[in-house]
Design a protein around this ligand. Structure first.
Ligand code: ZN
Ligand code: ZN
Ligand code: ZN
Ligand code: ZN
Length: 511
């Protein structure tokens, strides 16, 4: 494990992790952070290229290669699933992208047997899980994923927050979907706020659950069903018999050795609580891992520079991304001010996903004071003319956190988990569906109180003015983190999509 990660508190002059009652781990500023400061950087624990792009993106450096420029491209002869831009990248093994024999074998099985059985999002989840398990086996690390003390800085994927108990409690209470009896359902037991500001019906009796709440419950139960299906698949791929440690916390009755394919249909008649009670200990281990990944993985986006990428396939993309992509396209089409006709059309592309241990500590806001930036895209912002040279190594998959505004000491440092250019109801829905909390950030609560006509102009001022950029927050021109002279807080911000720079709003005229 990287020492840099261990020493977040000691070595980072800007920020520290605090445990806040009722909220768990949060990141706070220790001192004033001028906007534009890159105050934290994290290397992925595991990362993977999205399957739709595997032919066109290097497994190591994530460089794109077009169909017409493949002279040096190498394909893994074992699984035929992994591509490298060059021999250099094939040999350059980093922990988070190392393609071990174990992983190779599993990817091969996955691609031969299961490729067509899952939606894109689920495939990503499966591959991330396989990579994590393979990485742990390769490093002789324990492969049980149970950990109930989430109070320290994650040193391991085991330490990540999950919603495992909430899913199970929800599923085993009063069966699935049926109308009645939500007294023990997830939103009431959840550590997040049933009673908080966003409970729109100002009720005293907790369980005045609306149609909306029932929809959440159904959606969580469906997710759990999907996850259980994935667990069975993973068990089949890895052969649990070989890896006894999966059975941590007791004796696993069935061992899941050479289990029959167990394809759980999504028919409504399926009794979820029966499925849950039939889970073995090793099933639960993997389920726990999946919920950790699901709550913590980051999309790896490319902004522009698609070269001659012809392979973009957004079928089955999750609704969030698909919606965003469609919106981008529509707006690009409608953008009559587009005077850069010769420029390549900038696209926002989901090209992979990664699990980042420390980044996961940052909480969400719909008007965040910080943003994430992939090293890869950082390079594009600064040198939009040069093509990416991966071998000039900085890890292209490192994600930096940059202050979007001047941040006072003792302020919680927040990023966004979702696209922000959507109405409050939609934001709340996405956050609750995937991360199981009801957002009560400043923007959401102000919007609830004063209406969007109050909050939206403030939000929009911090975004790129070009409509086609989908209200992306401007990233203050990045000051060099090497130098100590951070007096020059930047007045300009870059749009990560069109790459133009604009004057940032001044002072505290923000929410
Ligand atoms: Zn490469
Ligand atoms: Zn391989
Ligand atoms: Zn919010
Ligand atoms: Zn823009």
């Amino acid at each position: 494990m990287d020492d840099y990660l261990r020493s977040f508190d000691d070595y980072n002059p800007w920020a520290e992790v605090r445990v806040v009652q009722g909220k768990g781990r949060c990141v706070y500023s220790k001192t004033k952070i001028p906007r534009g400061t890159v105050f934290f950087k994290n290397t992925p624990y595991v990362a993977q290229v999205d399957l739709s792009y595997k032919r066109n993106i290097c497994n190591t450096c994530f460089k794109f290669f077009s169909e017409t420029n493949r002279q040096n491209v190498i394909r893994c002869p074992g699984c035929l699933e992994i591509y490298y831009c060059s021999n250099y990248c094939k040999l350059f093994n980093q922990a988070h992208t190392k393609h071990t024999e174990t992983e190779c074998e599993w990817l091969k099985i996955f691609s031969l047997v299961y490729r067509t059985q899952f939606q894109e999002d689920d495939k990503n989840l499966i591959l991330l899980a396989l990579k994590i398990i393979a990485r742990k086996i390769n490093h002789n690390e324990p492969i049980h994923f149970i950990n109930d003390s989430n109070q320290s800085i994650p040193l391991d994927v085991i330490d990540l927050v999950d919603h495992y108990q909430e899913y199970l409690v929800n599923a085993s209470s009063k069966g699935n979907s049926g109308g009645s009896g939500c007294s023990t359902s997830m939103e009431c037991n959840s550590t997040t706020n049933c009673n908080n500001s966003n409970n729109n019906s100002n009720n005293n009796s907790n369980c005045n659950h609306s149609q909306q709440d029932r929809e959440y419950t159904n959606s969580w139960n469906n997710q759990l069903k999907r996850l259980i299906n994935i667990v069975k698949t993973i068990q089949n791929i890895i052969d649990g018999n070989q890896y006894n440690e999966m059975k941590y916390h007791g004796i696993d009755q069935d061992g899941d050795i050479n289990m029959e394919d167990c394809n759980i249909g999504d028919s409504d008649t399926e009794n979820l609580s029966n499925l849950v009670s039939a889970l073995t200990l090793s099933d639960r281990n993997i389920l726990r891992l999946l919920t950790k990944i699901r709550a913590n993985y980051f999309g790896l986006w490319h902004y522009g520079y698609t070269e001659n990428l012809v392979h973009y396939n957004k079928i089955n993309r999750s609704s969030i991304e698909l919606k965003q992509q469609q919106q981008q396209e529509e707006e690009i089409d409608n953008d009559s001010n587009n005077n850069n006709n010769n420029q390549q059309q900038n696209e926002l592309i989901w090209c992979g996903s990664g699990v980042y241990l420390i980044l996961s500590l940052f909480n969400h806001s719909c008007f965040p004071n910080c943003t994430t930036l992939l090293e890869y895209n950082n390079h594009l912002l600064n040198n939009s003319n040069t093509s990416y040279d991966s071998h000039n190594i900085k890890n292209p998959l490192d994600i930096s956190i940059i202050a979007l505004r001047d941040i006072e000491p003792n302020t919680e440092l927040l990023i966004t988990y979702i696209p922000l250019d959507q109405p409050r109801s939609e934001r709340i829905k996405q956050l609750k569906t995937t991360w199981l909390f009801t957002c009560d950030c400043k923007r959401c609560s102000m919007e609830l109180e004063k209406g969007p006509s109050y909050t939206e102009p403030i939000f929009i001022k911090s975004c790129c003015p070009r409509k086609s950029c989908g209200n992306g927050l401007l990233i203050p021109t990045i000051s060099n983190d090497s130098g100590d002279n951070n007096d020059s807080s930047s007045n300009f911000g870059h749009c990560r999509i069109c790459k133009n720079s604009y004057i940032l709003p001044t002072g505290d005229d923000l929410i």
